[in-house]
Design a protein around this ligand. Structure first.
Ligand code: IPM
Ligand code: MG
Length: 358
C-alpha cells in the first residue's frame, strides 16, 4: 500500500526527531512492502519566519489532503513575545481544530528497564503502571471565548470553558471503547464540585456508560485528587478521560513518573482514519541542533500512526519491540541516562540502534 504523510517538523528539536521517525518508517516500508510518501509543510515559528503566519493555509490543506500527519514540536523563545493569536502554539491548536482531532490518546507506561528513572519510591511502582489518558482536544477553555475587558478593578483578561453534551459524549465513547480493549476501567476526571462544565461532563459520561457500556467500570475523580493519586498509586489507573486543560496538565505529570517525557508518544484522532501523531514533549530549544534530543517519543508516535491510521499492527509492534529491546540492552539517551554512568547516545545513533532492531 501507499500512504501520504504530511510532515510538520516545526521548531527546536522538531526537525531532528521527525527525521528520525521518517528514517524508521522508511525501513518499515522496505521490510513490509509499503510506500510512505512524505511531504513537509511549515508550522509554528518556522512558518512565522517564512510566511508571517504560524499556520499557513497550504499547511492546513496539505494535511487535509494527506493520509496522516507527523508533527515534531512548535515554539521557542524567539516567538514568545508575539501576541497570543500569532504565537506558534496557536498553530497547534489551529491544526487540531482544522482536522477535527477531538481525541488525544496519551499512553504513559513504566518501562521495566527504566524503573530506576522513575522518581516514585520502588514500593509504589513495584507492579508498574500502564495508563491511557484520553484527553478531549478541540474544546474547553483552550478554545473558549477569551479577551480583555474593563472590570471592577480596571482592565481584566478572561478565558472561558464551554463543553457541549455532544463533545463530552463522543470523547466518553472513545474512552469506553478504549477501556474495552484494555482492562475495562475508566476514571473520568473533572472538577464537578466547582465547575458547571464538569457537572455536565460527569452526568454525560455516566449516562453513556450506563446505557452503552455497562461492562466497563466507570468512576469519577476530582482533578486535584487525581494529581495526588497519580503519584500515590499510579497502578489504579487504566483509562483516564478528561477535558482539554486537565488532560494537558495530567499527561505531563504522568510522563514524569515514567522517568522521562522524552519517551511518550501521542495520537490525535477524529472519526476518520486521518490522525496527527506527535511526541507529548515540546520543542526543547535549549538542546536543539545538538543531536542529543531523544527521538523515541516521535518514533513511538509513528508506530501509533501505523496502528491507528493505517491498521498496520504488525509494523507498529515491530517498532515498539525495537524500542523495548533498545532499552533492555541498556542503551540510553541523555534524558534517561540518570546516574548510570553510561554514555548517552545522540539522536542519530538512537535512530540507527532502533533500526538495527526492527
Ligand atoms: C501539549 C502542549 C500544547 C497543549 C501547547 C503547546 C499548546 O502543551 O500538546 O500538551 O497545551 O495542548
Ligand atoms: Mg502539554
Amino acid at each position: 500500500m501507499e500512504y501520504n504523510i504530511a510532515l510538520l517538523r516545526g521548531d527546536g528539536i522538531g526537525p531532528e526527531i521527525v527525521d528520525s521517525a521518517v528514517e524508521v518508517l522508511e525501513v518499515i516500508g522496505e521490510k513490509y512492502g509499503h510506500k510512505f510518501n512524505f511531504t513537509p509543510y511549515l508550522i509554528g515559528g518556522a512558518a512565522i519566519d517564512e510566511t508571517g503566519e504560524p499556520l499557513p493555509k497550504e499547511t492546513v490543506e496539505g494535511c487535509l489532503n494527506s493520509d496522516s500527519v507527523l508533527l515534531g514540536a512548535v515554539g521557542g523563545p524567539k516567538w514568545d513575545t508575539l501576541p497570543g493569536d500569532k504565537r506558534p502554539e496557536k498553530a497547534l491548536l489551529g491544526i487540531r481544530s482544522a482536522l477535527g482531532l477531538f481525541t488525544n490518546l496519551r499512553p504513559a507506561k513504566l518501562y521495566p528497564a527504566l524503573s530506576g528513572d522513575c522518581p516514585l519510591r520502588p514500593d509504589i511502582v513495584k507492579n508498574g503502571f500502564d495508563i491511557m489518558i484520553v484527553r478531549e482536544l478541540t474544546g474547553g477553555i483552550y478554545f473558549g471565548d477569551r479577551g480583555y475587558r474593563e472590570g471592577k478593578y480596571g482592565q481584566e483578561a478572561y478565558d472561558t470553558e464551554c463543553y457541549s453534551r455532544m463533545e463530552i459524549e463522543r470523547i466518553a465513547r472513545v474512552a469506553f471503547e478504549t477501556a474495552r480493549k484494555r482492562n475495562g476501567n475508566v476514571i473520568s476526571i473533572d472538577k464537578a464540585n466547582v465547575l458547571e462544565t464538569s457537572r455536565l461532563w460527569r452526568k454525560t459520561v455516566h449516562e453513556i456508560g450506563e446505557s452503552d457500556y455497562p461492562d466497563v467500570k466507570c468512576q469519577d475523580m476530582l482533578v486535584d485528587n487525581a494529581a495526588m493519586q497519580l503519584v500515590k498509586n499510579p497502578a489504579q489507573f487504566d483509562v483516564v478521560v478528561t477535558s482539554n486543560m486537565f488532560g494537558d496538565i495530567l499527561s505531563d505529570e504522568a510522563s514524569q513518573i515514567t522517568g522521562s517525557i522524552g519517551m511518550l508518544p501521542s495520537a490525535s484522532l477524529n472519526e476518520s482514519t486521518r490522525g496527527m501523531y506527535e511526541p507529548i514533549h515540546g520543542s526543547a530549544p535549549d538542546i536543539a541542533g545538538q543531536n542529543i534530543a531523544n527521538p523515541i517519543a516521535t518514533i513511538l508516535s509513528a508506530a501509533m500512526m501505523l496502528r491507528y491510521s493505517f491498521s498496520l499492527a504488525e509494523e507498529a509492534n515491530a517498532i515498539e519491540n525495537a524500542v523495548d529491546s533498545f532499552l533492555n540492552d541498556g542503551l540510553r539517551t541523555a534524558d534517561i541516562v540518570g546516574d548510570s554512568g553510561k554514555t548517552p547516545l545522540g539522536t542519530t545513533e538512537v535512530t540507527a540502534e532502533i533500526i538495527k532492531r526492527l
